[in-house]
Design a protein around this ligand. Sequence first.
Ligand SMILES: [Fe+2]
Ligand SMILES: [Fe+2]
Length: 248
Amino acid sequence: MIIVQISDLHVGSQFLPEKFETLVNEVNQLNPDFIVVTGDLTNEGLMKEYEQCKKLLTKINAKKIITISGNHDYRNTGYLLFKKYFPFETVNELNDKVVLVTLGTARPDRNEGEVGYRQNLWLERTMKKYKDKVKILAMHHHLVAIPDTGSDQLTVVDAGDVLRTILDTGVDLVLCGHKHRPWVWNFGKLMVVNAGTATSERVRGLFDNTYNIITIDDMNVKVDLKIVGGKRVPIDDIVTNYSQFGDE
Ligand SMILES: [Fe+2]
Ligand SMILES: [Fe+2]
């Protein structure tokens, strides 16, 4: 099974249409089963941006495109529009072995993320139902801080509670967006993967637009990072070969 994670499209003033065209061609060639878009589909949460984004996403071929809202989508009462343009299910049984659950971390006119007590309880109950399956959790805000992104106060504010639930219920893979900086943290069996921005000029740390390709073979999960119009590498490589911009 192939799942492509694209994130932070930011359709609107900082959107790069030619990158999107390259992305569509590349992703369609991969012939993925599912696409997960981890938030910030629009730049300002405006109706015209939602309309344009909806049209653009129809160019990608997959069985299902799962979308999650980001803080930018929730601006300007955009949270009311998100439901209308991108109705979604929180529990997605991708096949008899793999489940993908989504969390809503965006709150209207706030930049920081929050899961909340009730949603965290729900997550625990939900994941426990899928004990012997590959469990993927997708959310917009990053669960764990990322290098080179400054004095970060925009992580999920209740990350400790959520991380405990995730580890306790044996989640295999967490997919986040928001920071526009691809990264991976490995915690034993759990992998926390961050996507870069696929199509906006708001790149950070790694100065390319990127997305992630997740391959699930039986119960094994593998994640590759793909530069839009560039190379594909195992995502662990960016951690192993880490160097700060400007380093020799
Ligand atoms: Fe973003
Ligand atoms: Fe964001």
